[in-house]
Design a protein around this ligand. Structure first.
Ligand SMILES: Cc1cc2nc3c(=O)[nH]c(=O)nc-3n(C[C@H](O)[C@H](O)[C@H](O)COP(=O)(O)O)c2cc1C
Length: 336
């Protein structure tokens, strides 16, 4: 893209790695990041990522094939490490020659890094802190995403600005680090690029794009919301270390408290172990997100959204969102 020379220059490494025009990834969002949004992002010069979530191997197989029918540009697949069929899902990605696999939800289980890389794909991992970032790179990750607590969906405890300061100066010269969480404008993209980021990942800003299949009521809730409406879930039971989720506050937020009580009780009774308890919490989120995204139940479903939701004002085509972000970044760099 010639209209954004300064931004393009800073994004060059990241874009080359992804095989896309810009180094802007649309982070995988369960139920939202399916064939339509993913292909639209990649066709518009970004990098789309399919959210596998709890999909079966057959569903993922079909979703990748359908996405390929809509774009000849590269896109990635996000797999959750705790998925019971992780290795079969990796095989499906290999069958379709998916170029980039993103592993989310914790450290890669034994053998998964080799399985992904043996088949020729590049591996992207999430790094929640510097020590783990180094460990993941040593174990074979080709690039990292550092995602701060401003983000929508499952979050870590540290803000994007602190993670960026801790990790970019130390690792970004020799490694590809993408920054995610709380990015709503191109000005912010310019800053992270200047600090050494190879690119950025956004979710909330793309969730309500014209091409997103999210229910109109889900989108309306985003347009109405401000940053302070996107709150992190509270951990009720200290024994049950649930990963916090950032979502718009609604009745579903309270239902999650009740769900934790219910699962805590099952732990007390010894009828489930800790793994099963955590799996039940994750299944709860997947179901609640589906209710909001697909059914449009914005009262009881989960409206996962990051704090940048206040900057999402209307439905716009993906190409316009990317063009706006690039123009804002370029203007910011020109003002320097
Ligand atoms: C509705 C929603 C669903 C998400 N689902 C997933 C997911 O299934 N897997 C994942 O790795 N990240 C998920 N995320 C995180 C995004 O991929 C992305 O990293 C995040 O949205 C970036 O921060 P931002 O929301 O501040 O732009 C989700 C985010 C949202 C808003």
């Amino acid at each position: 893209m010639t209209s954004y020379p300064k931004t393009d220059a800073l994004m060059q490494r990241g874009a080359q790695f992804l095989g896309s025009e810009t180094a802007i990834l649309c982070g995988a969002m369960s139920w939202v990041s399916e064939r339509n949004l993913v292909s639209a992002i990649s066709n518009a010069g970004g990098f789309g990522v399919i959210a596998c979530g709890a999909m079966t191997t057959d569903l993922l197989d079909a979703e990748i094939a359908a996405t390929k029918a809509l774009t000849d540009k590269p896109f990635g697949v996000n797999l959750i490490t705790m998925h019971p069929d992780l290795f079969d899902l990796i095989d499906i990605c290999a069958k379709h020659e998916v170029g980039h696999v993103v592993l989310a939800g914790g450290l890669p289980p034994k053998g998964s890094v080799d399985a992904i890389k043996e088949k020729g794909a590049k591996l992207i991992c999430f790094a929640p802190m510097l020590a783990l970032a180094k460990k993941l790179l040593r174990s074979g990750a080709d690039a990292l995403v550092i995602e701060g607590s401003e983000a929508g969906g499952h979050i870590g405890p540290v803000s994007t600005s602190v993670l960026a300061q801790e990790i970019l100066p130390e690792l970004s010269e020799e490694n590809l680090i993408f920054v995610a969480g709380g990015i709503g404008r191109g000005d912010m993209i310019a800053s992270y690029l200047e600090m050494g980021a190879a690119g950025v990942q956004l979710g909330t800003r793309f969730a309500c794009a014209t091409e997103s299949i999210a229910h109109p009521d889900f989108k309306k809730a985003f347009f109405r919301a401000g940053a302070r409406d996107a709150v992190a879930s509270v951990q009720l039971d200290p024994r049950l270390p649930v990963i916090p989720v950032r979502a718009l506050k609604n009745k579903g937020t309270e239902e999650f408290t009740a769900k934790q009580r219910e699962v805590g009780l099952l732990l007390d009774q010894g009828s489930v172990d800790m793994n099963e308890a955590q799996l039940r919490i994750e299944h709860y989120w997947a179901g609640a997100l589906r209710r909001a995204v697909i059914d449009g139940d914005v009262e009881n479903g989960s409206l996962m959204a990051g704090q940048s939701v206040g900057m999402v004002k209307q439905e716009e085509p993906v190409a316009d969102i990317i063009a706006t972000l690039m123009a804002e970044s370029e203007a910011a760099l020109e003002r320097r």
